[in-house]
Design a protein around this ligand. Structure first.
Ligand SMILES: NC(=O)c1ccc[n+]([C@@H]2O[C@H](COP(=O)([O-])OP(=O)(O)OC[C@H]3O[C@@H](n4cnc5c(N)ncnc54)[C@H](OP(=O)(O)O)[C@@H]3O)[C@@H](O)[C@H]2O)c1
Length: 257
């Protein structure tokens, strides 16, 4: 049997109550959402075998179920002995960003994952859609986000023990300030697009000052996706550094973080 080399991934502390977050995570979004669920499952099992412990999903990705199946498979096969060895993040979709829909949305995510709790629950975007709206959506479906009420419901999810930590995604400084003004539990994490050509210094400084951990998505720029760009992997400066150091552009980018 072919041996799989296992890597060890450093962690960062998360707030006062949360579990430490492994600094390298494995994304499970496939576009169109819900496509290739078997690939997601197989990839996650393999990722666990080689040492990944942090997995990122979202209600809208429709990858919660294959991720949950992969976790069950990994427990059965043995690379992990307990679910507690993993760090699982999921996200509240905009159509559920209403006070009364937050807890049921998390309960649905937990059912999809087959888990009793997740480690991190994020508000996916600083916005809201008419209750129950999915993806894609129309402009007319967009409604104002009630920051205070939705965050209160997120806090309730943490207090109930259904998630160890709560946070946000795609929030700029002003939106974080608005949330922090009434939050009893400050967001532990802000997951945003971050890479060498989109460094977000102001946001990073703000989050550092407030003790909010930043998770970067699209660190390589997400070439070939509908929303991403080639600008990161094709960046001339990064290519020159990579050539000079005898490394790949991707390796140079990861040393930036
Ligand atoms: N919170 C949010 O709003 C949000 C938004 C986007 C993503 N995410 C999360 O972040 C995860 C990762 O998303 P991502 O945007 O970074 O997309 P990704 O699909 O993980 O990677 C983007 C691109 O990087 C390339 N790549 C990967 N490894 C490489 C390597 N070693 N060398 C060269 N190219 C490499 C891939 O190219 P090839 O296809 O050619 O292999 C891929 O097209 C998602 O699955 C999701 O969980 C969150």
């Amino acid at each position: 049997m072919k041996m799989k080399k296992k890597v060890s991934i450093p962690e960062a502390p998360l707030g006062s109550t949360g579990k430490p977050i492994p600094l390298v995570g494995f994304g499970t979004a496939q576009f169109p959402f819900g496509a290739a669920t078997e690939v997601v499952k197989e990839s996650v099992v393999h990722a666990i075998e080689v040492g990944y412990r942090h997995f990122d999903t979202a209600a809208i990705y429709q990858s919660e179920q294959p991720l949950g199946e992969a976790i069950a498979e990994a427990l059965r096969l043995g690379p992990i002995k307990s679910r507690n060895e993993l760090f699982i993040t999921s996200k509240l979709w905009l159509g559920h960003a209403h006070r009364q829909l937050v807890l049921p949305a998390l309960q649905t995510s937990l059912k999809n994952l087959g888990l009793e709790y997740i480690d991190l629950y994020l508000i996916h975007f600083p916005g809201s859609l008419k209750p129950g709206t999915g993806f894609p959506f129309n402009k007319e479906d967009i409604v104002p986000l009630d920051y205070e009420a939705v965050w209160e419901a997120m806090e309730e999810c943490q207090n109930l023990g259904l998630t160890k930590s709560i946070g946000v995604s795609n929030f700029a400084c002003k939106k974080l300030e608005r949330l922090l003004a009434t939050a009893k539990i400050p967001p532990a994490v802000n997951q945003v697009e971050l890479n060498p050509v989109w460094q977000q210094k102001k946001l990073r400084d703000f989050c550092q000052e407030k003790g909010i951990h930043i998770t970067a998505y699209s660190p390589l720029g997400a070439k070939g996706t509908r929303w991403g760009t080639n600008r990161v992997m094709e960046c001339q400066v990064l290519k020159e550094i990579a050539n000079a150091r005898g490394k790949s552009v991707a390796q140079v980018i990861f040393s930036f973080f």
